[in-house]
Design a protein around this ligand. Structure first.
Ligand SMILES: [Zn+2]
Length: 310
């Protein structure tokens, strides 16, 4: 009898383990919590929209204290703790989360939704900038800043929605409805921005870090130079001189710094080359509400209109 009981318990345990490890398609009980962790801010804002008003679905953002992109981000033990409790991890992908392999090694059963999956990506060296000193070149050669274009953000919304509908079928309908509403708002934003910015197609600009190629492509702008390709470090004097030289000898309208980083370098470049400096927001941090991306992009639209006219 005891042996039988032990066997039964062992069987039950293995069934439970199987059920929890293969949880990707597990139907949730009514009222059971579903916890989504976003790797960083742009994914978080998208998720706030897709999960808006859905009971028992919670969104957390990793790297919350970190402003800016995740380039060179070191995974904290608190991040792993958060992920251990998560039902799904939503990442941008395309090399933005360089710690991702560590997460999937330690939590092989955690479903991961990659927002850029299947997307046509731009190469990192899309701008005319030669890569002479190749220090540790661990970065992927694709540019991950897809969400900075409205079109890219819309594709990410769609991919994340599909992923959530599969991972959490109990809320599939609600995710779909929310996503459709958000996609409509993004489409309206895109229309508005095209109406405002299409007249400036072909204009050359200089940006602070490599965050804007998708945005530039969307609105036909030409990124003549990037002040600081690696935003966590300072550009060399030689790189700065080259950028200033390039601006002086081309028809660059403005230098754009980013609110997430010090504007000192961009300011120096702008002063030396005689063009104004403005702030352009790559939406890598900001207000923690679901309107934040729409608001920041409208702000970008106004800044660009002001900077590029005349
Ligand atoms: Zn970045």
């Amino acid at each position: 009898m005891r042996v039988y009981l032990r066997k039964a318990i062992a069987l039950l345990l293995s069934v439970l383990l199987l059920a929890s490890s293969g949880c990707a398609l597990r139907e949730r009980e009514e009222g059971e919590d579903f916890s989504i962790v976003a790797s960083f801010y742009p994914m978080y804002i998208i998720l706030l929209n897709i999960t808006d008003g859905i009971d028992n679905v919670h969104v957390h953002v990793m790297a919350q204290q970190h402003t800016g992109c995740l380039h060179d981000y070191q995974l904290q033990s608190s991040d792993m703790q958060e992920l251990t409790k998560a039902d799904v991890f939503v990442v941008n992908g395309a090399g933005m989360e360089n710690f991702l392999s560590r997460v999937t090694e330690q939590l092989p059963d955690l479903p991961v939704i990659t927002a850029t999956e299947g997307m046509k990506l731009l190469h990192e060296d899309g701008t005319a900038h030669d890569h002479d000193e190749d220090e540790d070149h661990e970065e992927e050669d694709v540019n991950p800043h897809v969400w900075v274009s409205v079109e890219g953000a819309m594709q990410e919304v769609e991919t994340i929605t599909q992923g959530l509908m599969k991972t959490d079928p109990a809320h599939a309908e609600a995710y779909r409805q929310n996503a459709d509403r958000y996609l409509q708002q993004l489409q309206a934003l895109s229309d508005e921005m095209h109406a405002a910015l299409d007249p400036y197609a072909g204009t050359s600009i200089v940006t602070f870090h490599e965050a804007f190629p998708y945005f530039a492509e969307e609105f036909g702008l030409n990124i003549a130079a990037v002040v600081n390709r690696e935003p966590e470090s300072e550009p060399s004097a030689r790189e700065l001189a080259d950028t200033i030289d390039l601006i002086r000898h081309s028809h660059v309208k403005a230098v754009f710094a980013e609110p997430q980083y010090s504007t000192d370098t961009a300011q120096t470049v702008a002063q030396e080359s005689g063009v104004p400096v403005y702030l352009l927001d790559p939406c890598t941090s900001g207000a923690m509400d679901k309107e934040a991306y729409l608001t920041a992009m409208r702000q970008n639209m106004q800044v660009l209109q002001q900077a590029l006219q005349g």
